[in-house]
Design a protein around this ligand. Structure first.
Ligand code: FAD
Length: 690
């Protein structure tokens, strides 16, 4: 039959609508740069992306989604590793998803032949990571409302769960525990155990590896998956852009996004978009030659950034030139380092973790965590690309034998390039596809610092107090040097007159991409925290902050000093500070004297020098000596703060405080521990530890 005009119009409209539906606006003039779109997502501009997970699974033909709640990148990394393994070993059609990119009200509609994985880090005091806040509130809320109204709501949902936590915190792995409980209560079916990794014990990676094998077995059984010989399939395609030179305006040389590339960065500045902040001053806080601790003030007045005393500032580091060279060299990329390439995701759901076109040099220098601990799983992957049989056998052994791996790799803090140079006896590893490196090496992460200034005193100037990471390790030629703190050290040296600083022989592209960090700038953003002085300034405060743990307390004390100068009344302010020697690393000594002049008897500093007497004295010992006063202040509703080393100090301080309460109030220790827990729950006890 002939089609008349109306039919044609209707047909065309249907066709157009269908096309629009299936392409999800991909061709309708929206952002193509995957990095830019993740930036857009973070800013609430969805750029035509669907937030409907069911739709996403269907349109991309996936049957396994791995959601992550990640703060420092580890959970995200584990999620992509699960995705890769699911695909290569079991042929699962996997995709990784940022929890904040989707809605959750149709989790009930995900059919039972699919599986949803949750990789969830717990942050700080049992909190969800920034990107998981909405999901956490939804799923653990009183009655999360789902689209279909099934009973039980999640009766169709098959899920897998792994948590990343730190046992030195009170609420160990509470994210995965609470989410697991909530999912079970909603009728969802967990496959395998809900795994828990412990950063506090330093076993995160091994906990993850130990958890995932039985999980895969259980999952394979439940979903009827056949295991196959794992084959490496690249997720990213690398395209040479021979027509472009590195100085072409569209080539990213380390700029984090398009605005920075165009030289017109603007706010909001956040974890996707740093502010290139001028450094106003910087100096050393220690009086010794072999250890460095930096005080640095960065000026945020040219931005719309704000901060509150007690917040954190994130520094975006650059890798040291020597490590960049080592990495490029071992993979045979030295000659090609300035070639322009573009990187494309071969998988519709994969995201290229940096903007392109760019160069190998820029990727390695600004976007890859090339010095980080090597994952045992990645070693096993690289075995397939070894330069000879002997190296291959060694890589396979390292990948499968946990103890051997620890003694050979972790004990010496080897990074990937150093390890491969040893294993391959100096041969180049030119068979390794660059895609495998993008997949296997995590994204270079910003480092957080507890802001050590007061926003009342200097709202547009943020200070950082950072000890420079340097460790001598047996069996390793040169000391291990931290990424971010040695970069900050170089910035400090430059600011203090050295035009080409190379602290400990490490040099940096200190002027940044296209020299835009010249004039001494550092890329930063601010993260708001709950670590805050009491809103009533007359309340007493007790602060325990040895070493750089004193950072936020410098801010607190300066804030109270400023309040008094403004005519306000403030409560008793006690600081327990500790370091090695009064003559070496007693930082801010002069400032405490200044504070004392203004705050008078209301300010007291209690000192613990661990290397001055016959016996080591730490802050927790001094705290105990002050039992009476501490308890009396707590009874007056003093706020109690701990900052610094999470592994030992913070835990011991917690124990000592319970002992003090027990002795002074004549109650059993178990009861006193309850009191401390209660204090934490009501924010009277706050921790800022790392
Ligand atoms: P990195 O290179 O990140 O190394 C850090 C550690 O990781 C090493 O010591 C080592 O244990 C391990 N590591 C790294 N590479 C390897 C490897 N290849 N093999 C084995 N182990 C390895 N620090 C401060 O000085 N002052 C502060 O005020 C402060 N506040 C903080 C607040 C928060 C909320 C957090 C989370 C952290 C804070 N930190 C602070 C710590 C800071 O963020 C950094 O972790 C620290 O400065 C070290 O950074 P880096 O890049 O120099 O070291």
């Amino acid at each position: 039959a002939d089609l008349d005009t109306l039919d044609l119009i209707v047909l065309a409209a249907i066709l157009f609508g269908t096309l629009a539906y299936f392409t999800k606006g991909k061709y309708w003039g929206v952002v193509k740069d995957p990095y830019a779109s993740s930036f857009a997502a973070a800013n609430g501009m969805k750029a035509g992306k669907t937030r409907n997970i069911l739709e996403k699974l269907e349109e991309s033909g996936k049957n396994c989604i791995i959601f992550y709640g990640s703060q420092t990148g580890t959970a995200e990394d584990y999620a992509s590793r699960l995705a890769k393994e699911g695909k290569s070993r079991f042929g699962l059609e996997t995709m990784v998803a940022d929890l904040e990119d989707y809605d959750y009200d149709n989790l009930d509609a995900i059919p039972s032949d699919k599986v949803v994985m949750f990789v969830l880090a717990t942050y700080g005091e049992g909190e969800p990571t920034d990107n998981a806040v909405d999901f956490y509130e939804f799923i653990t809320g009183d009655s999360p409302s789902f689209s279909s109204g099934n009973e039980p709501a999640l009766g169709n949902l098959n899920y897998v769960a792994f948590g990343l936590g730190n046992n030195t915190y009170e609420h160990y792995n509470s994210m995965v525990r609470n989410v697991n409980k909530a999912l079970e209560a909603l009728g969802a079916h967990r496959i395998g155990e809900a795994g828990e990794g412990d950063d506090g014990a330093g076993t995160m990676e091994e906990d993850f590896l130990a958890w995932k094998d039985p999980m895969w077995t259980a999952l394979a059984e439940k979903m009827g998956l056949e295991e196959r010989e794992a084959v490496y399939e690249p997720i990213f395609g690398i395209v040479d852009k021979e027509t472009l030179t590195p100085d072409a305006p569209e080539v990213y040389l380390g700029e984090p996004n398009k605005m920075h590339l165009d030289g017109t960065p603007k706010g909001p500045f956040n974890a996707h978009n740093p502010y290139i902040a001028p450094i106003q001053t910087s100096y050393e806080l220690f009086n010794v030659k072999d250890r460095n601790c930096l005080h640095m003030e960065v000026d945020i007045s040219g931005s719309n950034l704000t901060y509150q005393t007690g917040d954190h500032i994130a520094v975006w580091p650059t890798n040291a030139g020597e490590e960049v060279d080592r990495f490029l060299d071992i993979f045979g990329l030295t000659e090609k380092r300035h070639n322009v390439i573009s990187v494309k995701a071969l998988e519709p759901t994969a995201k290229v973790p940096f903007p392109t076109p760019t160069t190998f040099d820029a990727i390695v220098r600004y976007h890859m965590e090339i010095c980080a601990p090597v994952s045992r799983q990645f070693i096993a992957t690289l075995a397939a690309f070894a330069p000879d049989e002997e190296s291959k056998a060694e890589m396979t052994k390292l990948g499968s034998d946990k103890d051997y791996f620890h003694s050979k790799v972790n004990a010496h803090y080897l990074n990937i390039a150093r390890l491969l140079a040893i294993v391959g006896k100096g041969q180049k590893w030119t068979n390794v596809p660059f895609s495998a490196l993008i997949e296997g090496v995590t994204k270079l992460q910003p480092r957080y610092y507890s802001i050590s200034s007061s926003s009342l005193e200097q709202p547009k100037l943020i200070s950082i107090t950072a000890v420079v990471e340097s460790q001598n390790l047996p069996g390793r030629g040169d000391p291990f040097r931290g990424v971010s703190t040695n970069y900050l050290l170089a910035l400090k040296e430059k600011q203090n007159g050295d035009p080409n600083p190379s602290p400990f022989g490490l040099s940096y592209h200190i002027t940044g991409p296209r020299n835009r960090y010249d004039g001494i700038h550092v890329p930063v953003h601010v993260r708001h925290s709950n670590f805050k002085l009491p809103s009533d300034p007359t309340k007493p405060v007790i602060m325990v902050g040895p070493g750089t743990g004193v950072a936020p307390f410098r801010g607190f004390i300066r804030e109270r000093k400023k309040m008094v100068e403004n005519g306000q009344t403030v409560g008793k302010t006690i600081l327990f500070f500790g370091c090695r020697k009064s003559t070496e690393d007693f930082m801010y000594e002069k400032e405490w004297k200044e504070a004392k002049k203004v705050l008078g008897d209301n300010f007291e500093i209690v000192l613990a020098f661990s290397r001055e007497g016959p016996k080591k004295v730490y802050v927790q010992h001094r705290l105990k000596e002050y039992a009476k006063e501490v308890n009396a202040l707590l009874e007056k509703k003093a706020y109690f703060y701990v900052c610094g080393d999470a592994a030992n100090m913070a835990r011991e301080v917690n124990t000592v405080l319970a002992q003090i309460i027990s002795t002074e109030r004549g109650i059993p220790e178990t009861k006193a521990e309850e009191v401390v827990k209660q204090m934490r729950a009501s924010n009277q006890y706050q921790e800022d530890v790392w």
